[in-house]
Design a protein around this ligand. Structure first.
Ligand SMILES: [Zn+2]
Length: 378
């Protein structure tokens, strides 16, 4: 019953408007087919056929610049309720009416474009917003939608073009643009186009010199070419820029140090980084080199100290792994139990909408903002 009541909402709006408009315009005489249609619609309502009733009422409404708001409100209601097909039919029907003004037609086109977006018909939405982009009154809104379409289609060059247009029009969004250049760089990297890859990475860094993602892609490319010295320079710069992302680059740094045979530098770097962050990923790499350089006993004492200051499951597991050489029945038992404890996963959270995930998404799947997701446990 509740479902039916919900379904009848737009119908009530339409029929209410129908009655009110007839009352206030004071038309004494109506064409008989209009009355017939109205009662036909009511009949559908009484017989619990709201879809048919809606169609009748929509056909009954006169379409002109005064009543257009009612039609548009109905269309929005349909779209918001997920009844996109009905919204599309209503808006297509409105556009076909010759009596509406150019400005009204543009408003209806905008709504139809939004319907197509909601229905996932991106190519149709694209052609509508390309048309609306030419109208100054709808330009910014159209650019927003086109940018969204090109991102969804992974058309990164077009997306860059529209992000630049939006930046010009609204004077914001530099973060988005640097991420789009990163996407374009990855696209060209996969195509084996190294010059274009570098062009887009440079553009990303020009827009946002702190763009961790662009630095990361750059370093990975250099490591693939065994240019560990240059890669290490970039990675160490990243570690200075943003320590929160350490779990993402710590293994790359360790690999570079190892390939360059810089053991001493690696030890000092990890010792400093672990004292500056509370990252378990960093601490576990440090413990490994501490055992190698200073032995199990010193590493064990270090971990005991850490555990007393910051007791946590992940540190307890690290401690159990360090002390694996201690032969004692009781400790063996505890170590077995501790090692069975589940790892605390690395998690990320969007600073705009609070969305959390265990995967790093540079573009938030929930609010679609770029670069807002940061590690919360490290
Ligand atoms: Zn978000």
């Amino acid at each position: 019953m509740f479902e039916i009541a919900i379904l009848l909402l737009p119908v009530a709006a339409a029929s209410g408007w129908f009655v009110a408009s007839k009352h206030y315009t004071g038309k004494a005489k109506k064409p008989s087919n209009e009355y017939e249609g109205y009662f036909k619609g009511l009949n559908y309502l009484l017989n619990e056929q709201p879809d048919k009733a809606i169609n009748v009422f929509i056909d009954l409404l006169n379409v002109d610049d005064e009543t257009i708001e009612t039609h548009l409100a109905l269309g929005t209601l349909f779209r918001q309720r997920g009844e996109v097909e009905k919204a599309i039919r209503l808006h297509q029907n409105l556009i076909a009416r010759p009596q509406i003004s150019h400005e009204t037609r543009a408003n209806v086109l905008n709504e139809l474009g939004l319907d197509y977006m909601r229905a996932g018909l991106l190519d149709r939405a694209e052609s509508i917003f390309l048309e609306l982009e030419k109208k100054s009154s709808h330009q910014v809104k159209a650019i927003h939608q086109l940018l969204s379409i090109f991102q969804q289609e992974s058309e990164w060059l077009k997306a860059i073009d529209y992000a630049s247009k939006l930046e010009l029009a609204t004077q914001k969004q530099p973060l988005l643009l640097s991420h789009l250049h990163c996407e374009a760089a990855l696209f060209y990297k996969n195509m084996g186009e190294s010059t274009l890859t570098q062009t887009h990475l440079k553009k990303a860094l020009k827009i946002d010199a702190m763009c961790i993602r662009a630095h990361l892609i750059d370093a990975e490319i250099l490591m693939e070419k065994a240019q560990y010295k240059q890669a290490l320079n970039i990675l160490l710069k990243m570690a200075e820029l943003d320590k929160r992302f350490a779990p993402l680059y710590i293994d790359l740094i360790v690999t570079c140090f190892d390939d360059l045979g810089r053991d001493k530098q690696k030890f000092h770097f990890l010792a400093n980084l672990q004292s500056d962050t509370n990252s378990t990923a960093v601490l576990s790499r440090f413990i490994k080199v501490l055992v190698e350089k200073k032995g199990v006993e010193e590493a064990s004492a270090f971990m005991k100290n850490k555990l007393l200051k910051h007791p946590s499951k992940s540190l307890l597991k690290l401690y159990a792994q360090v002390d694996h050489k201690i032969e004692h029945e009781e400790f063996d038992f505890l170590r077995t139990v501790i090692n069975k404890l589940e790892d605390e996963p690395l998690t990320f959270q969007c600073k705009h909408c609070g969305f959390t995930s265990i995967d790093l998404n540079w573009c938030c799947p929930s609010c679609k903002e770029w670069g807002g997701i940061e590690p919360v446990t490290v």
